[in-house]
Design a protein around this ligand. Sequence first.
Ligand code: ADP
Length: 402
Amino acid sequence: MTPMTIGWAASAAVIVAAGLWFSWRWRRLSWRYASLEAANGELQQSLDRCRNALRALEGEYSQLTDRLPVGVLTLSSEVVRKANHKATILLGKGADSIIGRPLVHLDIPYDLLEIIRRVAELRAPVHEAITFGDAQPRIMDVVAVPLLPGEGASGEILMLINDLTELRRLETVRRDFVANVSHELRTPLATIRAMTETLQDGAKEDAEVANRFLENIIQEVDRLTRISDDLLILSKAEIGTPERRSVSLVQIVRDVVERVRSQAEAAHINIQMSDSPDSWLEGDPDQIEQVVVNLVDNAINYTLPGGSVLVTVQEQSDSVTLLVRDTGIGIAQKDLPRIFERFYRVDKARSRRTGGTGLGLSIVKHIVEAHGGSVSVVSEFNHGSTFTVTLPKNSSFKENEQ
Ligand code: ADP
């Protein structure tokens, strides 16, 4: 072999070796590429799974929070990220106009903005009651808590808004009611005490005076009994839903009219029941009787001698109506909106003389509304009144508000 041939052979060997090495590298790269592609595919799949799971979670979150009776908002960097259905109602804005928008661009109460800024600054929960709206102010209980750690306004904030307006109104009603009850009880108690002391101080020696005082004491005790009876009826009507039994309204009216006939005659008042179809409805017989008694009693008590009372029952396809019409003293327009309030009396002295407690009509309204019905009055001062009660035949009873 010549040196030249040896050189050629060596070069060829080097080229073959390089070729083999490149082909081996190429195959290895191809394998790696193929396995990378497979891994990428798997990653894509698990990413899709995560995305779907996230979407499902978000759907569940919305479904859950949309059912809550409180407003739920999440915010980050002073931008609303999520808002449930109640939050959009409380803020008076559609979800589209809130979500993704900076708070400063939303016309929301300044106090709410202040709370969010304070939470962002302190990174601590803030709980406060604030008022929304000027024309019809509503009281909102706001709880805002920082969710994720983050400096300044960048961290996430969860905010719960609860409308307390109705609760506060009921608290006021309850407070006023207790104050009214104690006032109503104090008056007869003070009279009883004063008369008893006068008797003790010597009036008992005068038989005539003593008898008059004792009669007055009995009257005041009767009055206390009536108040406590009416309070019991009212609280019974407030607790739970009424009984559901078949009730003949006509039969109840007939019984009540017969029972009060002698009382009406003694007061020189003519009481009549007009011919009515036998109308049945579902309800609590005792409570419906109470409604009839209270309205008929009032009609007699607020009608002057020589006047008349007419009670009518009318039947419609799905309801029954009771009308109690009198030719009595009537009610002035200014008093009409208030007569169904507890203890409201147009003429206290007159109501007192007739043994009224000021609770009769509020009992009527409560019972009728609990049966899913309604009560209204049309009256002309000095010319009489007509009270109309409409009750559904098949009551969808209203849950009593506590
Ligand atoms: P009261 O025990 O004083 O009768 P109610 O709640 O039954 O209380 O009625 C409230 C007030 O409404 C009465 O004090 C009276 O001023 C007025 N009122 C009720 N019914 C009549 C009526 N038929 N005619 C005139 N005024 C009435």
